[in-house]
Ligand binder design. Structure first.
Ligand SMILES: C[S@@+](CC[C@H](N)C(=O)[O-])C[C@H]1O[C@@H](n2cnc3c(N)ncnc32)[C@H](O)[C@@H]1O
Length: 316
């Protein structure tokens, strides 16, 4: 039951969603104070706080609840950055909640996310600006160390013009442009934001275009980059995305696929299935998909801690 109990994970998620750690602060606060601030029921909130004390996330003294070092990790400024993964109003926390409908995924093979929320993950993000911005922030946070590694450990200087396909808010492209002053690029995404380029002083070399990678892509780029895209999709959709890249890259362009692979673990692989009908793939599986989309493998190798880059050309 310690592994399967839902009371504790949900209590932690509700605490993150109501920002109880930030509100209580190091001085602590009474259940009445916290209920007044959050609009919660005092009786119910006290029951929640008492469980947070039991699990060691809060301590209580003279009726005041304050976060322990363990609980302080839920603070929005804590270095681990876990709050958006637990706050159920953020994209990550909301997606995790769909695990409650995992049975639907296992019995039907379809994403629990759609079953629970009535639309797929990306449509949901499009409809809710907070989901979109929290997702982009989460993507940026996860690549704090890796984006500069991806920029430096792969020779992007060979490609004067790069299209970052599904590039989100431009985290990867911005890192590449910072490391390679002669490279220019564009991000293509459903809801692109060029804000990062302006903030990074790269606006003269970078831009963003709206579009779907299931539609014909802009031509004329030297490299088409798919960073953490294919693992969000089943094989048929992944092949379609690779085919759009191959068509736009032809005859002499390059397609670069960056993926984590199955080493991220079985829990993450289950999440990809539950949320997107996606899949973590081996280099062999990615190469097979790409070959089926008219591409030839040139090289593959590690490009950052935990990620591999596969370079493809258009097959003759
Ligand atoms: C896992 S994120 C990766 C973002 C970025 N490439 C990175 O590595 O940080 C997947 C991205 O695919 C985008 N996306 C999803 N469906 C799309 C579509 N049909 N066309 C273009 N982009 C799409 C999402 O908006 C999101 O930014």
């Amino acid at each position: 039951m310690t592994m399967a109990d839902l009371a504790t994970p949900m209590a932690i998620r509700v605490a993150a969603t109501l920002s109880l750690v930030e509100r209580a602060g190091s001085a602590g606060a009474t259940a009445e104070d916290l209920a007044a601030e959050t609009g919660a029921s005092v009786v119910a909130l006290r029951r929640l706080l008492d469980h947070l004390v039991t699990i060691g996330a809060f301590a209580v003294d003279s009726n005041r609840y304050r976060p322990t070092d363990l609980g302080a990790q839920l603070h929005e400024d804590a270095p681990g950055g876990i709050k958006p993964l637990l706050d159920i109003t953020c994209a990550g926390g909301r997606a995790e909640l769909a695990f409650a409908d995992l049975l639907e995924t296992i019995t039907t093979g379809t994403p629990a996310y759609e079953h629970r929320y009535g639309r797929d993950f990306w449509t949901d993000l499009d409809a809710e600006p907070k989901l979109r911005s929290s997702f982009d922030a989460q993507m940026n946070w996860r690549f704090q160390t890796q984006a500069p590694q991806i920029a430096e450990r792969f020779d992007w200087s060979r490609f004067p013009r790069i299209l970052d396909v599904g590039g989100g808010d431009g985290t990867v492209l911005a890192a590449i442009l910072r490391a390679h002053p002669d490279v220019r690029g564009q991000v293509l995404d459903l809801a692109p934001s060029a804000a990062r380029f302006a903030a990074a002083g790269l606006a003269d070399r970078a831009g963003a275009v709206s579009g779907s990678f299931f539609d014909p892509l802009p031509t004329g780029f030297d490299a088409y980059v798919l960073s953490d895209i294919l693992h969000d999709w089943d094989d048929d959709h992944a092949r379609e995305i690779l085919t759009r890249c191959r068509e736009a890259a032809a005859p002499n362009g390059t397609v670069v696929v960056i993926e984590p692979g199955p080493e991220v673990g079985t829990a993450m692989n289950l999440f990809m299935l539950m949320c997107f009908n996606g899949k973590e793939r081996t280099v062999g599986e990615l190469t097979e998909l790409a070959v089926g989309s008219g591409l030839s493998l040139v090289a593959s190798g590690p490009v950052s801690e935990g990620r591999t880059a596969l370079e493809f050309t258009v097959a003759p």
